[in-house]
Design a protein around this ligand. Structure first.
Ligand SMILES: NC(=O)CC[C@H](N)C(=O)O
Length: 500
């Protein structure tokens, strides 16, 4: 077996001895027949950003072949708000490369994610997953590079309050047990996500940590490895589904909601990106951030006011985008600094063998660390439809290569200080602010929609429906409106507790 597959947690990969990207229909059938699999599930994202499930019981080989070859028919109008009930039938067709054994099913079940097709047998133009595909294609066409991404999924785990080894309020970052109470829960989730094909970088407890009289709220994070952007979105969808199921089965509650308590850390869904050519990362040049990366950053700086329309999709999203909580407020980028919108994190660019310095008994590593450099967009949160969000970022990065003044914009928006420190207030005053409500984001999307509609990535109908949805919240100046109204704030938190 290929050495790189030796530790792979996906049971189909281990059994078939090939990477998931090469699974064929015959492979799936063989696995099902030889492993006493009784059920097949199809899963696909609905308009609410969650994975939906369709079950099949397998007691006939011809029927198995039929569903794997033809997919199934579903009611699109019940899945997406933009599909009319009068002509609503859609097809869901399984993508074999996403197959995994459901880690929660009582009966052995093979699950696959599906793509939507219309009555004419074409990929559904307005399905979020196809929008992302089109965005990546357009990116490749314009730049000649592959757009890769990975998400940092933050969430709160909620449990009954325990008095022993109390965690310190807002000091939960990388805390160990027994001060952190949910490390086993998180590692169980990580293992199950890996069994479902997720490529995880690491997991840890996060800053947010607080209690009320009954409950303990502990923030956790699971971060992925950079992969092709379409796979990154699939993996985030699976991860949210796994984490919710694991919580439910363990008697815990979890939320990916952007903000559940004012003054405490919110939960973001930061997206890291890198651009690849011939398998090589293009983000660095001679050890510093490359011109290529700066153009992509400039595109994100220009479209930042409308990216929130995809990444921050309910009124509570805007409670999170406030100073001093490691969340962005203004349109700027910088190195390592968590007050900026786009961060260039440490990227092992010093070219020194640090491990060799402290492990003299080992042969020094010749590791190509240039592959590791990414840039991180920090505004999005867990309310986002992950396909549309990553599509909007692919559009923004592509836009950077089409802007004549991209490098000037990158220079003007660069900051190398914490913009919220008093001594930097002049700098802060010069930076544009992010929208402060769904309504404000909808206006920015209206102004910038042409860029998203180029290359037919987002259809005009889809942009219209996103604008209409955001406007309907009527949440202008939401932050000042709820500042002195805790009841209103809690009502909103409850309404959007299980968003996305
Ligand atoms: N360490 C971090 O970067 C925390 C991020 C923060 N929780 C947010 O809301 O974006």
């Amino acid at each position: 077996m290929d050495n790189r597959l030796a530790l792979n947690k996906n049971e189909l990969v281990a059994y078939l001895k090939k990477p998931a990207s090469q699974f064929t229909k015959e492979d799936i059938k063989r696995f099902i027949m030889e492993n006493e699999v009784n059920m097949v599930n199809f899963m696909y994202p609905g308009g609410d950003g969650r994975l939906k499930t369709l079950n099949f019981v397998i007691n006939d080989l011809d029927y198995l072949d039929e569903i794997l070859s033809c997919g199934e028919r579903v009611d699109g109008s019940s899945l997406f708000p933009f599909i009319e009930a009068s002509s609503s039938d859609l097809y869901v067709i399984p993508r074999y490369r996403t197959a995994f054994v459901d880690p929660f099913a009582v009966e052995k079940t093979v699950t696959m994610l599906c793509s939507y097709f219309n009555k004419d047998g074409e990929l559904l133009d307005s399905s979020p997953e196809y929008v992302l595909h089109k965005a990546c294609d357009a990116f490749k066409k314009v730049t000649g590079m592959e757009f890769q991404a990975m998400g940092e999924l933050e969430f709160y785990v909620i449990d009954e309050v325990q008095d022993d080894f109390p965690a310190v309020d807002q000091r939960g970052y990388h805390e160990s047990a027994p001060f952190a109470k949910n490390n086993d829960f998180r590692t169980n989730c990580m293992l199950k996500i890996a069994r479902c094909g997720g490529q995880i970088k690491y997991g840890h407890s996060e800053v947010g940590n607080f209690s009320d009289t009954d409950f303990n709220f502990e923030q956790n994070e699971i971060e992925f490895l950079p992969v092709a952007a379409e796979d990154a979105a699939d993996q985030l969808m699976i991860a949210k589904w796994v984490i919710r199921n694991e919580a439910y089965n363990s008697g815990l509650n979890v939320t990916f909601a952007p903000k559940i308590s004012i003054g405490k850390a919110g939960s973001g869904l930061h997206i890291h990106m890198r651009m690849m050519k011939d398998g090589k990362n293009q983000m660095l040049q001679d050890g510093i951030i490359s011109e290529t990366a700066r153009k992509a950053i400039a595109g994100m700086m220009d479209l930042a006011p409308s990216i929130t329309a995809f990444g921050n999709t309910n009124p509570t999203s805007y409670f999170r985008l406030v100073p001093h909580q490691e969340a962005p407020t203004n349109i700027c980028w910088g190195d390592r600094n968590r007050s900026v919108l786009v961060r260039v994190p440490l990227g092992w660019s010093a070219g020194k063998d640090m491990c060799g310095q402290i492990n003299p008994a080992s042969v020094s590593a010749q590791y190509d660390t240039t592959q590791k450099q990414t840039v991180e967009m920090r505004s999005p949160d867990g309310s986002a439809d992950v396909y549309l969000l990553i599509a909007s970022l692919a559009v923004a990065c592509r836009h950077g290569f089409e802007m004549e003044n991209a490098l000037d914009i990158a220079e003007q928006t660069y900051v190398n200080v914490n913009i919220h420190k008093k001594e930097n207030k002049d700098k802060l005053a010069k930076l544009k602010q992010l929208p402060d409500s769904c309504v404000a984001s909808s206006k920015c999307l209206q102004d910038q929609r042409a860029v998203y509609e180029e290359y037919n990535v987002f259809s005009p109908g889809m942009i219209d429906s996103i604008i209409a949805r955001l406007k309907a919240f009527k949440d202008e100046n939401i932050r000042s409106k709820v500042m002195d109204n805790e009841r209103k704030m809690l009502e909103l938190v409850e309404t959007y507790f299980h968003c996305g």
